[in-house]
Design a protein around this ligand. Sequence first.
Ligand SMILES: [Zn+2]
Length: 372
Amino acid sequence: MMLRSGLQIDSRNAQTQHENTTPSVKQRSPVLESMVSNEKRSISEPSMQQLSQKVRVISQESSWWELFGVDWTIILFWEISFFVGVWLLSFNSRLYFAVGMLLMGLNYGMIKTKGSHLAAHNALCHSKRWGKVWKHLFLEFQGTFSVDAACDIHIKVHHPYTNVIGLGDSSTWRVPFLPCYIYMFIAPLVLPLLTPVVGLGYLVQERRWRRLSQCSLLAFLGLASQTLLVMAAAKLSAVKAVLVLLLSRCVMEIPYLHINIFQHIGLPMYDKNNKPPRLHLMANGALNLTRTWLLDLNFGHSLINCHTEHHLFPQLSDNMCLKIKPAVQEYLQRYGLPYHEKDYTERLHYFVKNYKDLMVKMPPITEFVGIQ
Ligand SMILES: [Zn+2]
């Protein structure tokens, strides 16, 4: 309701301004009339087209370094961290062993979020062929998940139907039978085991047998090569090396679960047949977490402090989402549209306090009033 009245006020102001500065309707030619009405529309109503044009200009003026280079450097940093972590396991020191596992865990945190997410969106390069390579590398070989599941669930459903009940409403993250603290702080630690089961289970459910065999092979090769490295460095048996690998993968799983629910749940939800236009859907239904250096670097801006920008322009890399952020924020706020920003700890308290309403009961449908 506030949204609608805000826009009506903007619209009236814009109209008044035009009435004061343009000739009367009787004097206008049809061409002038159409120009004036276009101009009026562009001043009084926000449009995805107009915002896209602004973002296109920023992208066109950006160098390869800004488009992809910054993110590849961060990815490379975390990839090297994995090997440093494995090397640290070879020292006869508990401290070095713990630091080694921490680095391996941070590498997996990056693979599961930044690497896989950007690869799934083809946001790591211009080439489609290379884009495919990065998808299989990050999602299947290193992430032990399925490219098909990621693309079908995240790209084809969650993005176009953000906060639409029964589709992209993040309800797959709900486990209503789990008590709050177990769900928020213990259950995420099971995710490294659950992730391959969900990925391969999806391919079985969809009866994509060829993809199932390809994905299983890549995931097995990835796990096997990492296990062999751990076995060689730490002089451990295969079973113990797999356990070390799985334990290290728990390092970033708690914040991983948190960010997935913080970004959308608790915001307006819509019915499929009555959802607002894309710009309004994303402005209302996505939330940015304030900047945190570790999450920015490990998970990426598009999942942390630029999630609204990412939902509006999912093909952009993390660094580009950060670059367009001021323009997007200014545009949404100029037209009285929401621009949700919250602190991680504030969201954590909010979810713990309202766990039953947010994570157990179904979210209420917000009937969208206004601007279609
Ligand atoms: Zn995405």
